[in-house]
Design a protein around this ligand. Structure first.
Ligand code: IMP
Ligand code: MG
Length: 174
């Protein structure tokens, strides 16, 4: 298993500060009826974000996507499931994912939500590896813009490891 870098890449405090502002940006600029969380990577981010939206009428739904398997390279073909279990017809959706990398995941899910009858789909990602996008998609709300390195923690995993860490780390080069 690869080792973590010596110090967190994004600390708990940086996450807390940024999430507070992000929640305000979303409340001010987007109409949201339902938040759709992309499991597994976005579970911690979504949990922290929705509680900062202070809404008692907000729905939260879950879909699952995976494109990395046991590697740090995207397969380019995300496998997505669970859209059939959430009702988005006529609703304003906020799609929340952990990372925007190639953009394939967000693009596939956004198209699926629109096909399922969503009234609007806004997207929010914790991390944007902007240099990398190939799918011609930008997120409406971004926590942090980062360079293109593999990161773990705060919900993000490497082959199932490190998901439970409270801050974001990089991995040491082998
Ligand atoms: P995309 O489809 O290439 O945009 O990849 C996005 C998905 O890949 C995200 O939802 C993440 O789950 C995963 N991913 C991308 N980069 C990383 C990383 O650095 N660490 C962990 N997961 C990542
Ligand atoms: Mg993901």
């Amino acid at each position: 298993m690869p080792k973590l870098s010596d110090a967190p890449f994004i600390s708990k405090r940086q996450l807390d500060l940024r999430l507070g502002r992000l929640a305000t940006e979303i409340s001010t600029n987007a109409e949201v009826d339902i938040v759709v969380c992309v499991l597994g990577g976005a579970f911690m981010f979504t949990a922290d974000l929705v509680r900062r939206l202070h809404r008692n009428d907000l729905e939260v739904g879950f879909v699952r996507a995976s494109s990395y398997g046991n590697s740090t390279q995207s397969s380019g073909k995300p496998v997505c499931c669970g859209l059939e279990n959430i009702r988005v017809n006529g609703k304003n959706v906020l799609l929340v994912d952990d990372i925007l990398d190639t953009g394939n995941t967000l693009k596939t899910l956004r198209e699926g939500l629109i096909l399922a009858g969503a009234k609007s789909v806004k997207t929010c990602v914790l991390l944007d590896k902007a240099m990398h996008h190939r799918s011609n998609i930008a997120a409406d709300f971004v926590g942090f813009h980062i360079e293109s390195k593999f990161v773990v923690g705060y919900g993000l995993d490497f082959a199932g490891h490190y998901r439970s860490l409270p801050e974001i780390w990089t991995l040491e080069e082998p």
